[in-house]
Design a protein around this ligand. Structure first.
Ligand code: ZN
Length: 279
């Protein structure tokens, strides 16, 4: 790190409350996250994030810890060092969210836009579970960790997942919890088919693109036709799918009964069910 303000006057000001200003500052961009802006600020001053925070006398390991709330004292320290107004920093933090929005907003980065990341950007909307395409350049977001085997992902899955992501956003913003419950039921079902463990919110932030995309596509499938019907007709029903059903619909006996009826009707009309592909 090039020690930003090392000099005789800085040495004399050791006991000063105000952290020393950085030689260079950067202007925040629309939708930029505080942690992303801090990284750009660090790069402009030839140091890394940890060195920057230590210099400003902020004792947190990661800038990401500041993305959800920043106290006035911390905002002032950073603002003084970067020579910007403290209000500017408050605007880089996530605004107050409903519990539903918060549950679908990742604490840590899980996806990004390759194009904008190359420019050092880290944007707020990328953290939303429903974000699919970069709102700055339109590029499809990809997982931050893990491999990028995009070429193997069928276009149809991407198309459906994009639609599912749009529905998830509506559900997150809706006043009624019904839409989100429906979406989460679809995700739970999709997870069971993929053999994923954990909660649906975790799967939507999965570092495996095939898991996240499949779960988002399931939200779309659940909207256009009853999910269970789709599941029975597209994959047949085996013990594994039955377990998945119980997990997804276990708390809704009415739906489970409907599922049973569909299965029995099909069994009567077609004999033992066989897997068939209708997609
Ligand atoms: Zn972008």
């Amino acid at each position: 790190m090039v020690a930003p303000c090392e000099g005789p006057s800085a040495a004399r000001d050791v006991r000063a409350v105000k952290p020393r200003s950085l030689p260079k500052t950067v202007a925040p961009l629309p939708d930029e996250l505080l942690s992303g802006w801090l990284s750009r600020l660090a790069a402009a001053n030839y140091c890394d994030d940890t060195e920057l925070l230590a210099h400003i006398e902020i004792y947190t390991t990661h800038g990401t810890a500041l993305d959800f709330s920043i106290d006035a004292a911390t905002a002032e320290k950073i603002a003084n060092a970067a020579r910007v107004a403290p209000d500017v920093l408050q605007a880089l933090v996530f605004p107050a969210m409903t519990p539903r929005e918060a549950s679908l907003t990742a604490q840590m980065p899980f996806q990004h836009c390759l194009q904008c990341s190359r420019k050092g950007l880290s944007l707020r909307h990328w953290r939303r579970a429903w974000a699919f395409d970069c709102r700055v350049c339109g590029t499809r977001l990809v997982q931050t960790l893990g491999k990028t085997g995009d070429e193997q992902i069928p276009d149809k899955l991407i198309y459906r997942a994009r639609r599912g992501a749009g529905m998830l956003e509506c559900a997150a913003r809706s006043r009624s919890p019904k839409q989100l419950r429906r979406a989460m039921r679809a995700v739970t079902f999709a997870m069971s088919l993929k053999g994923c463990h954990g909660g649906p919110l975790f799967a939507l932030q999965s570092h495996k693109p095939e898991v996240r995309l499949f779960c988002l596509a399931a939200i779309d499938a659940a909207q256009s036709r009853p999910l269970i019907k789709a599941a029975i007709s597209s994959s047949g029903i085996d013990d594994y799918a039955k377990v998945a059903l119980l997990r997804a619909f276990g708390k809704e006996p009415r739906l489970l009964a409907a599922v049973d009826q569909i299965a029995q009707r099909r069994a009567r009309s077609k004999g033992p069910m066989t897997a068939e592909s209708r997609n």
